[in-house]
Design a binder for this molecule. Structure first.
Ligand code: NQM
Length: 329
């Protein structure tokens, strides 16, 4: 990698460490254009079933307590566990699955801190490197971590060799954990063999980010459906319409019928694989450039993709409970 201007060749790692030490003692400056999470979300009209789980959300810092990682690709606004749990109660969820965000790298302290202060109402998904010790994995398990996330979205992370990821997968499998994968639809063909070699349950973030301007019955989305059909260990989050939508309308200003272009994709997955789907808010919505949704209106998106009470119960309660709280099922 080319060193930054003013950094002598061969020393970038040293300078990154120095930068981390400086940043630890200063306030973080948000990435230019950063959109903060929506204040004062509406109450959803859709009444969530009792025990509903928000199975994809994050905490950011706060940076002064849990510094953002030096290798991060964005610097967010703070979004604390207290704010996350206030949103949970406001929307009517009972539990959360807190997914490690890339702005914290493999430093899982903010996420783990959120779990241990949740009164058992949150479980987590971590990011780990091959250097993670068995003791650290055990401590994370006790805190409520039940999975690791492998991220292939190039704007978010640097490349990690597949042999390192396979080694991590083989170490977390005996703990009963699963692997969450995040990738863009165009990259599925190249990643197929790696994904199908994973020895655990595999959960895809946001339906593998389909291009929803393409037909729902076209070859690209069909490949994703085939991936789920042929591999019964593969689950999908049918989340993030606000990230995938091209035409909107946005979940803002009372719009309870938002992101209509995403509906056929998510509904197809929910109806084809009702026992292997999860839903989450994705609060505090990292990296949205266009708009920040009203989370209450996002919840009102759910009945459009899971139209029956039975599908809603599986999506929001039965499936996440089976994956994250199996001891209670
Ligand atoms: O929140 C998400 O799932 C999506 C993200 C951010 C992310 O994954 C991360 O920072 O860890 C994105 O597409 O920028």
């Amino acid at each position: 990698m080319k060193p930054a201007p003013g950094v002598p060749a061969g020393r970038p790692a040293f300078y990154r460490q120095q930068l981390a030490l400086v940043e630890r003692d200063m306030e973080f400056t948000k990435t230019p254009g950063w959109l903060d999470w929506y204040q004062g979300p509406t109450k959803p009209q859709f009444k969530l079933p009792a025990g509903a789980v928000d199975a994809h959300c994050h905490v950011f810092g706060p940076g002064a307590e849990f510094p953002y990682a030096p290798e991060r690709k964005y610097t967010p606004c703070d979004a604390s566990k207290h704010q996350l749990y206030a949103l949970r109660d406001h929307l009517g969820f009972a539990r959360n699955v807190v997914v490690q965000a890339t702005c914290h790298g493999a430093d899982n302290r903010a996420m783990v801190d959120a779990l241990v202060h949740s009164g058992g109402k949150a479980r987590g998904v971590a990011t780990v490197r091959r250097s993670v010790t068995d003791g650290e994995l055990k401590a994370m398990h006790e805190a409520g971590v039940r999975g690791v996330r492998f991220n292939f979205v190039k704007r978010l992370v640097d490349f990690t060799p597949k042999d390192e990821l396979l080694e991590i997968a083989s170490r977390i499998a005996p703990l009963g954990w699963h692997v969450v994968i995040y990738f863009e639809a165009v990259d599925l063909p190249e990643l197929w063999d790696f994904f199908t070699a994973l020895p655990t349950t595999v959960v895809v973030d946001h339906m593998g980010r389909p291009d929803v301007s393409k037909p729902v019955d076209g070859p690209e989305f069909e490949l994703f459906l085939k991936f789920m059909r042929e591999n019964e260990n593969v689950w999908s989050k049918v989340s993030c319409p606000e990230r995938l939508s091209v035409t909107g309308p946005r979940a803002l200003d009372g719009e309870r019928n938002a992101y209509r272009d995403v509906v056929p994709f998510a509904r197809k997955v929910v109806e084809s694989f009702p026992d292997r789907v999860l839903w989450g808010t994705d609060w505090p919505h990292p990296n949205l450039k266009d708009h920040m949704p009203d989370d209450g209106l996002l919840v009102d998106f759910i009945p459009h993709i899971a139209p029956t009470a039975e599908l809603q119960q599986k999506l929001l309660v039965d499936n996440p409970m089976r994956l994250y709280w199996p001891e209670e099922v």
